[in-house]
Design a protein around this ligand. Structure first.
Ligand SMILES: O=P(O)(O)OC[C@H]1O[C@H](OP(=O)(O)OP(=O)(O)O)[C@H](O)[C@@H]1O
Ligand SMILES: Nc1ncnc2[nH]cnc12
Length: 185
């Protein structure tokens, strides 16, 4: 089994300290979702994690030297591991009054919608620049290998909404932080 990819924000941001005080409206149950972050914080307590961890392929030096790329496309080829992944998030968040799943392009678009449907929440896409047709708000952020900008439709989130951000992993945390700032805006 590969070594779990460390996702330091998951426990502090998503699991234990929702930064609702920082972002009063809409309330953001911050959310991090890093599949592998969950593995790192929960160890081997759930037998499903072993299969999920094994299903994620690690490709060294992609897209540039020094990056250990965590490839979730191999997880998608394993229906049981994919199902277990969705189920674990649903079990964790279904009773937390979440009204919005915010999925980060592109891999948050794979995991976010099934979780949203299962918990009865709206799905809000957080997109790369110039993809959304309506009025947008945007945030720039730094990545492990570059910079990017994220956009969200104005009005997608209403006061009182409680949002969960879904993505496949956290590396620097820049993407997740940008998503939280956007939702707070
Ligand atoms: O914690 P961070 O350093 O911000 O990195 C994590 C982000 O990087 C990856 O997406 P990427 O920007 O590569 O876009 P993609 O999903 O479209 O490939 C990943 O899916 C996260 O969104
Ligand atoms: N190490 C990594 N693996 C997969 N996607 C990433 N995005 C940023 N860093 C990454």
């Amino acid at each position: 089994m590969q070594a779990p990819f460390i996702s330091p924000l998951h426990t502090t941001v998503a699991a234990t300290t929702p930064p609702t005080a920082l972002l009063p409206l809409p309330r953001v149950l911050a959310a991090a979702v890093a599949l592998v972050g969950m593995m790192a914080s929960e160890g081997g307590e759930d037998h499903r994690l072993t299969r999920i961890a094994s299903a994620i392929r690690v490709i060294p030096d992609f897209p540039k030297p020094g990056i250990m790329f965590q490839d979730i496309t191999t997880l998608l080829l394993d229906p049981k591991a994919f199902r277990d992944t969705i189920d674990m998030f649903v079990e964790r968040y279904r009773d937390q009054e979440i009204t919005i799943i915010a999925g980060v392009e592109a891999r948050g678009f794979i995991f976010g919608p099934p979780i949203a449907l299962a918990i009865g929440a709206k799905f809000v896409p957080m997109r790369k620049p110039k993809k959304l047709p309506g009025e947008v708000i945007s945030e720039e952020y730094s990545l492990e290998y570059g910079t990017d900008r994220m956009e969200m439709h104005v009005g997608a989130v209403q006061p009182g909404d409680r949002a969960l951000v879904i993505d496949d992993l956290i590396a620097t945390g820049g993407t997740l932080s940008a998503a939280i700032r956007l939702l707070g805006t």
